[in-house]
Design a protein around this ligand. Structure first.
Ligand code: FE2
Length: 265
């Protein structure tokens, strides 16, 4: 079974480069399951239901988010619009599982591929240099016994490399893949851990690389050099789609390979 995970889509440049490449990557690698982190897809801040629909049309099966999940008010109603047992699109948009109990949306989705394979996607968010979450390690320990699927992909949306590496080891042998998002710079440490879990500290953003992690570089430089507040805008230049391609056994959920992908114009 082949899984494609696309790193954080940032703004219109990110949406455009993903639209250009995702179809041929899915076809060339006979991808069975497509998971896309869409948390910065709407101008760098959050994702709208319309953009989510576009990504589903392009072949995404599940979308993940992160700390920007509440940025677009209309997404909150969208997340609330389907019950837990639904398989409809709004139910396939995840927010971190380790937020306060009772918030809109869900942190885990279980589905079946077109080929009939069961899978689960879990989203977690880190606590180091980030606010507003419960312990992601305990949260995933509590969650895993409730998951029926053997193929389990975890998007760990976190700032600190140490926390992400630790989560890889924490889940090694218990899930198919632990893939880091949020820091927007791809790391070169993609590998299958000894227990059979594919791991990469950060998949990297799908967005404009002539930028500071997606934002127009002059605006960020101005803030660093003056300390003055200012509006951040999504950059456009040098877009790349960053993704990870994971091969795994659909019966056991054990990963056999992980490959980094970075595609430009
Ligand atoms: Fe983020």
């Amino acid at each position: 079974m082949n899984i494609l995970f696309v790193g954080d889509i940032f703004g219109s440049a990110g949406r455009r480069i993903v639209r250009e490449h995702i179809g041929h990557v899915i076809a060339a690698h006979a991808v069975d399951l497509v998971v896309v982190n869409a948390e910065n897809a709407a101008g760098g801040f959050g994702v709208t239901p319309e953009i989510a629909d576009d990504l589903f049309e392009l072949g995404a099966d599940v979308l993940t988010t992160g700390n920007h999940v509440w940025d677009k008010r209309e997404l909150i109603d969208y997340l609330k619009s389907e019950p837990a047992e639904s398989q409809a699109r709004p139910r396939r948009v995840l927010r971190p599982a380790n937020l306060e109990a009772g918030l809109p949306g869900y942190g885990v989705f279980e589905g079946t591929t077109r080929g009939g394979a069961s899978y689960a996607v879990i989203q977690l968010m880190g606590r180091v240099f980030m606010n507003g979450t419960n312990d992601p390690f305990r949260a995933v320990d509590d969650l895993l016994p409730t998951v029926k699927a053997k193929v389990i992909l975890v998007d760990f949306h976190a700032e600190a490399t140490s926390e992400k590496v630790a989560m890889g080891w924490h889940l090694d042998g218990r899930v198919t893949a632990v893939l880091g998002t949020h820091t927007h710079v791809p790391t070169a440490d993609d590998r299958v851990l000894p227990g059979g879990t594919a791991y990469q500290t950060d998949v990297g953003m799908s967005g404009p690389y002539d930028s500071v992690i997606g934002v127009e570089k002059e605006l960020v430089l101005h803030r660093f050099r003056t300390g003055m507040p200012g509006k951040f805008e999504a950059a456009k230049g040098n877009p790349k789609m960053c993704a990870a391609l994971i091969g795994c056994d659909a019966e056991t959920g054990r990963a056999s390979s992980i490959q980094r992908i970075m595609l430009g114009e």
